[in-house]
Ligand binder design. Sequence first.
Ligand SMILES: Cc1cc2nc3c(=O)[nH]c(=O)nc-3n(C[C@H](O)[C@H](O)[C@H](O)COP(=O)(O)OP(=O)(O)OC[C@H]3O[C@@H](n4cnc5c(N)ncnc54)[C@H](O)[C@@H]3O)c2cc1C
Length: 500
Amino acid sequence: MKTDVLIAGAGPVGLTMASELSRYGLSVRLVDKNTQRTDKSKAIVLWARTLELINRMSPNCADRFIETGLKTESVNILSGSEHIGHADMKEVDSKYKFVVMIPQSDTERLLEEHLATFNIKAERQTELTDFKETSDGVTYVLKHADGSEETAEASWLIGADGAHSIVRHKLNKEFHGSTLLSDWMLADIYLTGVQGTPAINIYWHADGILALFPLQGTRHRIIANVGESSGPIGEGNRPAPTVEDIQRVLDTRGPGGIKAEDSVWRSNFSINERKVDDYRSGRVFVAGDAAHVHSPAGGQGMNTGMQDAFNLTWKLALVSRGICQPEPLLSSYSAERSPVAKVLLEFTGRATEAALLRGGVKQSIRNHVASLVLGFAPVTHTMANLLSEISIGYSDSPLNAHTQHPRHGVKPGKRALIRENEPPVGFGDAPRFALFAESNNLPSALLLKYSALLEATPRAPLSPDSLSLVRPDGYVALATKSGDWNAVDAYLNQFLPKAS
Ligand SMILES: Cc1cc2nc3c(=O)[nH]c(=O)nc-3n(C[C@H](O)[C@H](O)[C@H](O)COP(=O)(O)OP(=O)(O)OC[C@H]3O[C@@H](n4cnc5c(N)ncnc54)[C@H](O)[C@@H]3O)c2cc1C
């Protein structure tokens, strides 16, 4: 039987894709070449926007991630005892006014458990080795643990197969960017002597950077640069740091008084900053690390990948279920998500560059300028929204309506306000747009024509005298004046399959 979607890779992005597509009724096959999910903490931050989107997967779904992790409210930049800057997550324009610190192994476990509610499990030790696009699907080859090969078909293929993606390679997509010429150490380690409430603390020191992330109990993540790249560019240039190496970095760059105890994981890595231009080729998509990799400076990689999944899945579901024609929905995936990764790469690249600046004079100018800028309240508010990915939007999206009354409501492409005691837009078993409008004079013919695309009942307007149409992923599609039903009709009509 032909599956609707084959997803290669059961990391956080593949698991999110599989969950969302299953929720929207598509048949999904999720394969992974590894024997089990990661047991490493890798990405340890879930930001507010990701939590909002997780909460759309099933009622109160985000609570399970919040209860498992540790809530943290501050991100600080320090230099010795000098406090340089601060982003206060309590200022984020979301109900999630905090960051959840949670090891990626737990995030993947919770996603797997959620996926199991649709009776779907990742097929482990199953490697995608080849594929070919046909006129109405994709023929693919899987290699199983016993060495046997299976050839099968799907209507669509999603490569969520990580930084070394075979899907990206086979599509001949260039992974533009570079690998930084610096080596980094990483440790998940138990620390004593850390003062204050749990916070993400980044220390700028003359020798380099030390970032300290709190996890549950006394467990912490430490990241520090350890010098110029010592060998061929890539991972594993140096042996993993010893506990003594870690203690030395803590003593030199940290606030003092912190003692490293037992470690859970010690490793080293180098930073890749790369992305593909186009996330799609016909019936094949790439997402997550397969499409973009970043410096871990901002802790944004996994979050951005999971949000790729939230962007693509409702579009693919509407097309696959025959409710919408493929265009413009499917090409909007790359048009929207590729610029997000581009801006993120610039941001994390600049943050890493600032942190790695060498030379006393340059460093003291950096510290002075940063403390001036980051002491300015509107900047810290913007920083908090930026880090938490709340400010991500699609201002240049081909899906934005060009209405004549842009002053009404929130601009197309922006995230729509999420109101308490309303189900999030896009909830349930079918992706539907939501109308936020006064419902008097709402033509019943409009609701009837778009019954598969629109929620049956309008919600209260987002602002007085406004009519807004919000996409199933919670971004505004159209904003106009109250009663402008023609604009809604014209907008939604572009998606309907055209009689051939
Ligand atoms: C040390 C470290 C720290 C990090 N810290 C953060 C952080 O704080 N915040 C953050 O947001 N991000 C962070 N990241 C990045 C984050 O881990 C990745 O962005 C995230 O794992 C990407 O998820 P993914 O699903 O796209 O890919 P992956 O997690 O890499 O998953 C890809 C999956 O595809 C499978 N696969 C590969 N090829 C095939 C094939 N041919 N067939 C079948 N399966 C295949 C692999 O086995 C793997 O399970 C960190 C990464 C590292 C290494």
